[in-house]
Design a protein around this ligand. Sequence first.
Ligand SMILES: Cc1ncc(COP(=O)(O)O)c(C=O)c1O
Length: 397
Amino acid sequence: MKDIAKKGLGTRSIHGGQMKPNAFGALATPIFQTSTFTFGTAEQARRCFALEEAGYVYSRAGNPTLTVAEEKIALLEQGEAALATSSGMGAISSVLWTFLSAGDHVISDKTLYGCTFELLNHHMKRFGVEVSFVDSADPEAVKNALRPETRIIYLESPANPNLKVVDLAEIARLGHENGNTLTVVDNTFATPYAQTPLTLGCDIVVHSATKYINGHGDLLAGFVVGKKELVDQVRVIGLKDMTGAVLPPMEAYLIIRGLKTFEIRMERICATAMKVAEYLSRHPKVDVVHYPGLPSHPGYAIAKKQMRSFGPMMGFELKGGLEAGKKLLDSVELCALAVSLGDAETLIQHPASMTHATYTPEERKAADIAEGLIRLSVGLENAEDIIADLEQALSKV
Ligand SMILES: Cc1ncc(COP(=O)(O)O)c(C=O)c1O
């Protein structure tokens, strides 16, 4: 489609990257359930392997169904190219393995999804990569931690699970000023509906597409987005040769299907999230609500500047602390007690004992992850029903 990049988000997510024409004129994207691709001649095979001719050779290096999903995500994130992976961790590890070598240095925010923290905090050391954990909401802390060998600044904004907001344009600027430093942002919580870090100067966006991008809680997937030159390197090195974290074609099809409703899902969910955050912030048993859309949130001004919407995720703490939080989790009926996020169903969980149990209590304290913090992933149910469920559960606390 002509000028697809200039169309609205809904149009891009439906029409972007579609094969033209699809086999037999099929409207829906065909699922190319194949591991390998045949060549007409030995010379054509040679040319494809030598990258002298475009074409698919083997599904670990590319597959037409995945290409459609990749082009859609690139269009949504306003990046030159995207790469699909079999999970969010597949995307994150493929990026890190591509760009890091022994002797390199990484600056990471202290507050991260638990498995990303585990990867950066424990496993990187084994390969000779040093990681400094800082509070990147304070750009001075990032500036002071930069070294000539800093290859990556890694962060989430809003961060999992406490919704910390980071000034992405400022951090990317510091990285570029340092020279060869890439700013990598996990945009899972915001989604490209609410925020596009590449347009703020960041170099690479990673996603757990398991979440709101797919939106239906029925698969695991990830994406890497950025300049074509960088994404190509991740495809060839991190994905093809190192992790092999390839997305199956059926999963790519389901993402393409889920994306058809991406904009309307996110419109509804973000509006509901605002209502739920406001409700919780007024409740006498709630101590604090972590939602970037509330003026009381420390990152509100930056969120307003860099986000188009305040997003679907929030955290909150009860005055009764951890025990009250557990009671609440045991009492919800509509909200599902489960990790993950971004499903049609509202999901509620306790980071300290679930998603962020990979942190020690001291590490959680340093990362401002309160022991009693509850994380809420707002779903597609009606706002009044989610609020009524929280109300009845809070009445039992
Ligand atoms: C912010 C964030 N990034 C990455 C991941 C990892 O994604 P996946 O479970 O698809 O590997 C998660 C999972 O919860 C997450 O919340």
